[in-house]
Design a protein around this ligand. Structure first.
Ligand code: ADP
Length: 499
């Protein structure tokens, strides 16, 4: 420990392109809405910074306070940036305001996304310099939208006293999305064309640059959202072209499994489900199943295993296996219910099965939060045969509701579901390993066999699943270890190891 070490709270600035309850398109929004609060409980001083989107509900916009404004240099231009602030349940959220970039109908998918998030990243660095309350020890960046922060900070802001001891953490939530753009950006927007180190590390091919690659090369620590995904990212199959960088930097790469918001996802108190239940009294789960069968137009038969799927209908989720295996599963008298939206061909395929199998199969092509709660509560098995899954939340939610997950062994699915072991009785769900529809169907029918023949064992597995701790406390402690590893001069303020 350095002699000048002293005890104080580390200041963490969490930079994210989305955060619940202001804006969400995926898991990142959930993480940014929950983790910083858990970091505060773990002894940090945490705040979140995100864009002020036009879609943020008016009730929050009305409560924002103007903190500062300045101009952000973007190559040959200076662009306006306002900083607004809102305190929500004890946590400070800061919003980067520029209406030309962010006052739009959605979050992403615009022709100038590269410029928008380059601006956002640069604005964060400027804000650290110019806004005293945003001074921090660690800037925690997430996905490609904030991946340029470590690059800018190192190459353009080292001289500023507010920045020279700021360490950066880069978290990968999904490597599929990297922010790849034409190299003209280097001179037109990023202002990095004349810095050889930055240029070399941002290039990903002859004439493109890659924001994520920049963040991965420049950050002081890399994390991803499960230990298995951290390992998989180093393989060509999962690394999406960046696996050499993950291999090279594997000594600073850590996988930390996300948590879930256990106050929202709690069958004992959930106001959206038909009847509440808990591990102490499971009786009402049967009523939740009956009500779900009724709601979805399925045969109200408690002896049918009800398999539910909730999520985006995209190739990532292994839907090809489900489509291939569907006829076989149906022949065995299992019910299947799917809730999701996504690729047109996937939606079409499940609509077809819905028609074909009448009261044994239901596909709800919709985004319906209330129904998702009823499905987590009313299902017997949650099916998640993902091709890759950085963390996955659905399987953790399902376990909390005593709905046993059946997953492919990948990423966070492998790290969160303990497979049933017929010799020891251990397990919180079922797993299969290959992207093979027959293997999935065999595992599923094996699980159904237990459901049909050994309800006592089934209940034991449900209770084991419900007893698993998926709160954010564990993850927050692991992130604190990383932050403090970057700042050995600061003694940990409140080291809680109560996992
Ligand atoms: P991903 O982040 O890859 O989309 P996750 O499993 O990590 O998948 O998180 C998905 C979250 O979104 C879960 O909370 C799930 O309940 C919710 N969700 C996904 N699709 C729907 C839908 N159609 N209706 C309601 N909730 C959904």
């Amino acid at each position: 420990m350095p002699t000048s070490a002293h005890r104080r709270k580390l200041r963490i600035l969490f930079a994210s392109s989305e955060a619940v309850p202001f804006a969400k398109t995926g898991g990142l929004g959930d993480v940014a809405g929950s983790l910083p609060r858990a970091l505060k409980h773990a002894g940090a001083k945490a705040a979140v910074i995100m864009p002020k989107y036009g879609t943020i509900p008016q009730e929050y916009r009305d409560r924002m306070k103007h903190v500062a404004d300045f101009y952000v240099p973007l190559a040959w231009r200076n662009v306006y940036c306002g900083i607004e602030k809102l305190e929500l349940q004890g946590l400070d959220f800061y919003f980067v305001d520029n209406e030309a970039y962010f006052k739009r109908d959605g979050l992403y998918g615009y022709f100038d996304d590269g410029e928008r998030f380059a601006f956002f990243s640069k604005a964060i660095c400027e804000a650290i310099v110019k806004v005293p309350e945003l001074a921090c020890d660690v800037l925690h960046c997430n996905d490609w939208q904030t991946a340029l922060c470590p690059v800018f900070l190192r190459e353009l802001y080292r001289g500023a006293p507010q920045c020279n001891n700021v360490k950066t953490v880069m978290t990968v939530h999904n490597i599929k999305f990297q922010g790849q753009y034409g190299d003209k950006m280097l001179s037109d927007i990023l202002g990095l064309a004349d810095i050889p180190a930055a240029r070399d590390q941002l290039y990903c091919d002859k004439d493109s640059i890659n924001f994520m690659k920049g963040g991965l090369c420049y950050a002081d620590a890399l994390t991803t959202v499960s230990p298995s995904y951290a390992y998989e990212l180093q393989m060509p199959f999962y690394g999406e072209g960046l696996d050499p960088i993950f291999r090279r930097r594997s000594n600073i790469l850590t996988g930390i499994l996300n948590g879930i918001d256990t106050s929202i996802w709690n069958p004992k108190t959930d106001g959206m489900i038909t009847a509440n239940y808990s591990a102490d009294d499971l009786a009402n789960k049967a009523e939740c199943k009956r009500a779900l069968q009724e709601e979805l137009g399925l045969r109200q038969d408690p002896t049918r295993p009800l398999v539910v799927m909730i999520g985006r209908l995209t190739n990532q989720k292994g839907l090809g296996l489900v489509r291939y295996a569907m006829d076989g599963i149906m022949r065995r008298g299992v019910q299947v219910a799917i809730l999701g939206t996504g690729d047109a061909d996937q939606e079409e395929a499940f609509r077809y099965f819905d028609q074909k199998y009448g009261d044994m199969m239901c596909a709800r092509i919709a985004f319906d939060n209330a129904l998702s709660h009823c499905m987590y509560a009313g299902g017997d098995i949650l099916l998640m045969p993902s091709e890759f899954e950085p963390c996955g939340l659905s399987q953790m939610i399902a376990m909390r509701y005593g709905t046993l997950p059946l997953v492919r062994e990948t990423g966070g699915l492998r790290d969160s579901v303990v497979p049933y072991n017929k010799f020891t009785g251990e397990g919180t769900g079922f797993r299969f390993s290959n992207m093979n529809a027959d293997e999935m169907a065999d595992t599923l029918l094996g699980a159904c066999e237990i459901f049909w023949t050994n309800q006592e064992l089934w209940t034991k597995l449900m209770l084991q699943a419900m007893a698993t701790d998926f709160s954010w406390r564990r993850a927050a402690n692991d992130y604190m270890d990383i932050y403090h590893g970057l700042h050995p001069e600061v003694i940990r303020y409140n080291k809680r190891r109560d996992r």
